[in-house]
Ligand binder design. Sequence first.
Ligand code: GLC
Length: 753
Amino acid sequence: MKKHHSFYAILIVLMVACAAMMAVAAPSVTERIDNLLLQMTLEEKVGQLNMIAPLDAESREASRADVRNGKVSSYIWFETDAKKRNDYQRDAVEGSRLGIPLLFANDIIHGASVTFPIAPWLAGAFEPELFEKAARVAAEDTAAEGVNMMFSPMCDIARDQRWGRVAESCGEDPFLASLCVAAQVRGIQGTGNWERGTGNGVAACLKHFVGYSAVTGGRDYNESEISRWSLENLHLPPFRAGVDAGALCVMSSFNTYDGVPAAVNRFLLTDILRGELGFSGFVVSDWRGVRETIDWGVSGNAADAARAGLNAGGDMDMTGGCYAEALAEEVKAGRVPMSALDTAVRRVLKAKFRLGLFDNPYVDENAMSRLRAAKDAEWCALAKECAEKSIVLLKNDGILPLRPGYGKIALIGPFGDNENEMRGCWVGHGWDHGVVTLADSLREIYGERLTVVKGCEVLETAATRTLQDGTVVVDEHAGNGERGTGNGERGIDEAVAAAKAADVVIMAIGEHAGWTGENQSRADLSLTGRQQELFDRVSAVAKRKIISVVFSGRALSINKVWDDSSAALSAGQPGTMAGAALADLLTGKAEPTARLAMSIPWGVADCPCFYNAPTTGRPYWGKFRDREENRQGARFPFGFGLGYSTVEYGWPWVYDGKACVNVKNTGKRQTTETVQLYVRQNVCRDGARPVRELRGFKKISLAPGEEKVVDFKLVDDLFAHRNRRGEIVVNNGKYTIFIAHDSKSGNPLVVSR
Ligand code: GLC
């Protein structure tokens, strides 16, 4: 008996001890934030809303005093030196009064050290899980440098190919873009439990909120004139998907909506983003976006801008310094409620807690080199898979796939052996990672039978950039491998001679990467430099044996290249493994499966050019007076892409609540077909809906001669749209369904619901 008494006595003591521990359990994140807010001075609160990007070593060093004085919340971190990053972090955590950690952010858009294909082409793989994997690699890679937030995914819907930033988007279709955005958020943020800050320590930042891609004339930084109808049904869906996927941050855009710059637009940043989308993270302006409301003539000075930005729901001021300069005074004067300031600070602190920065503020300074050494081969293999699945075969008269035993091959053009052009625009930290060019890979296959001739430069004059302060500098990443040149010998005669002597010519041509991305709108969608002259001279002697590989950050309208080439591929900016992927595709070791996520227009006059347009009241009129009648719509439409086999679609039918179609491989090679489901609402009293909208897709594999029935359940989502209050509407009535190879083909099936 006695023994039992002591057992129960011990049990009771243990239970009491546990209860006591529970009573003093670690404070919750909310309690820790409340506790900090109570201690923070007005200046320290304002400091938490200040993101800086000192552009040179001297100003970076000088900023450390501001960090120690609690005036800096976050850096846009251009460095790759983890030790330096920890030194700056130590200034905040150990050198400032309250020890609030810094958040380090950077533009990691399509890879950090290993570069993946740019988004419009990776979206064309029609494989969002691939995007997730690539984003995951980029996040792991950049986290090892100590960066805690990536300014991606870019969620803008790209319809105007004149706008350079189509190069960052997931294309022109909101359904596909939404899937790709959500996949990137999952990849970047991982699936850790954010409430306890155990996520993988990197935040996604959805940008640019919202409507930026609709800038007038495709001219960057311009006003955007969009309606609530297109806001709800075209521009918001990818942001909804990103918010639903748990993105921690949203970046406001440079453009106006309804006349008001997004950085100070309360309707967008509060009513829509928080009220309608339910976003609970923090909002950061785009670069100087708050201060630039003065340039817009919407704010009179920094105080106006700071007040407008915070009252609109803009929590953090990126590099504009308006909040740092004027917000405290606005609060003291009662023009900004302290409660509004506290709300913004709370959101920022919550993000830092959820990123684990309070409990683990430092990064292992050897992590990056260790990780890259261990993972580089795996990352490059993924980059190659992404490139293979994103390069689109547009034309092939049978010259492809190349037989390994081919005689003499001439690789002509300034993109054939050019690492920088393969990396593309917005290269994170990929400058230091080698790139496999097309010449590298073809040499391995064809050895001495390969002749490589540049023919001309990517640009005929050195590319320059204009910095924020107006100074003009040579673009160090321009030119052709040699940084900063652009002038170089013109070897067009040499190229023509090589073409004459070859059995087949591979042209590697395109658009200079330095002319793509931000602040790179173009009035013409042509090849850059003298490349068209090069192509014309070569094709004059090598007709019917030219394969053109076109590298670009946007859809180019180069009809003579498409017409005169025996085969043509749109390669985008394929990244680190460009050459390896292209060589496998050209020789048939890999099957071309990619599709266009961005329409290719006949000409710049067609911009903005996209498939998901309404019929208009006169669908057969409204053409250009000075153009051939048949050049309407896109030269190559959204969803288009060829393989090395041929595929036929039957007529769709409905069975058991599903739309079905027969798909047959009528060629001689195994193929992968991306079967696309499009829907049109025949009559919609809410507003004119597009002639087609992508609402589903399935990638299927077909052996030669094999046919499969592919079906899509007719669920409400297929037919839904949003009204002008952002509510989902599913009307009854007639809909036309297409299950097709691309957005222009397929047989119609009318269904009623
Ligand atoms: C740039 C871009 C934005 C980028 C930010 C930080 O101006 O608009 O996409 O993330 O500034 O570099």
